[in-house]
Design a protein around this ligand. Structure first.
Ligand code: DGL
Length: 264
């Protein structure tokens, strides 16, 4: 089926998932939606996150996508179940794949989840992980400064990135975990710095990479894989003018991206 895959995030974070999908499924076309107007989602209430996410999802459905990936942990935590019940097409999130990968990776049964305020207080990873293996201890750490820092391209300055990481993660050093989950799709843009902060001794997992693998499974199961190499252009929609979106997208995806501003 030659329709596009819809990828949604509040901003640029979902590009880390889009890049993985492009790498793992090169025949597929992606329609990306970044709700930059309402970013960050992580400090918002559940109802507001659901309303904003649904508007974007409806837009992607109207563009004819064959499946949707909520490439946003916060939207997954708040809205995935609601959307799956309401809409007929396959909709997947990023939390379950990330949780499964963390279970595989940990050897000492101690996992730290880094995420937005909403994701960490909802304890969505704790629930997913402990449903499968209740011996695993899950710690949650909210990192509210990371998303605005990444959206403003702050991560390009290594020194500033290292400082913000040190300030935020200092009290996690002695927790004893052997695995850290990047429970926000923005954070892979800081992955190297985070690995370095922990002395390159800890496995740092990005939930987005695992989610891209799941996209392939769902497409296979639903017989929705693109049948031949006749894909159309990827498209990028954003909900407001943004200084940085095209810059970050072009650098991250290594191609010239021109997004289209749409009203939802
Ligand atoms: N990238 C998102 C996530 O995975 C959203 C961050 C935000 O908008 O606060 O949680």
């Amino acid at each position: 089926m030659n329709n596009a895959i819809g990828v949604f995030d509040s901003g640029v974070g979902g590009l880390t998932v889009a890049r993985e999908i492009m790498r793992q499924l090169p025949n597929e076309t992606i329609y990306y939606f970044g709700d930059v107007k309402n970013c960050p989602y992580g400090d918002k209430k559940k109802d507001e996150i659901i309303i904003n996410t649904e508007k974007a999802i409806k837009y992607l459905i109207n563009q004819g996508v064959k499946m949707i990936i909520l490439a946003c942990n916060t939207a997954t935590a708040a809205a995935l179940e609601y959307l799956q019940e309401k809409y007929d097409l396959p909709i997947i999130g990023v939390v379950q794949p990330g949780a499964r990968r963390a279970i595989q990776a940990t050897e000492n049964n101690k996992v730290l989840v880094l995420g937005t305020k909403f994701t960490t207080t909802s304890e969505v990873y704790d629930i997913e992980i402990q449903n499968i293996n209740s011996d695993i201890v899950v710690y949650d750490k909210a990192c509210p400064s990371f998303v605005p820092f990444i959206e403003s391209e702050g991560y390009l300055n290594k020194e500033e990135a290292d400082d913000i990481i040190k300030e935020t993660l200092n009290d996690t050093i002695d927790l004893g975990m052997d695995t850290v989950v990047l429970g926000c799709t923005h954070y892979p843009m800081l992955k190297k710095n985070i690995e370095e902060f922990y002395g390159n001794q800890i496995k740092v997992i990005s939930s987005g990479r695992e989610a891209a693998r799941e996209v392939s499974t769902v497409l296979g199961y639903s017989k929705l894989h693109q049948s031949k190499v006749n894909k159309t252009e990827h498209k990028f929609f954003i909900s407001a003018k943004s200084e940085n979106f095209d810059n970050i997208a072009s650098k991250w995806l290594k191609q010239n991206i021109k997004s289209e501003i749409v009203e939802v």
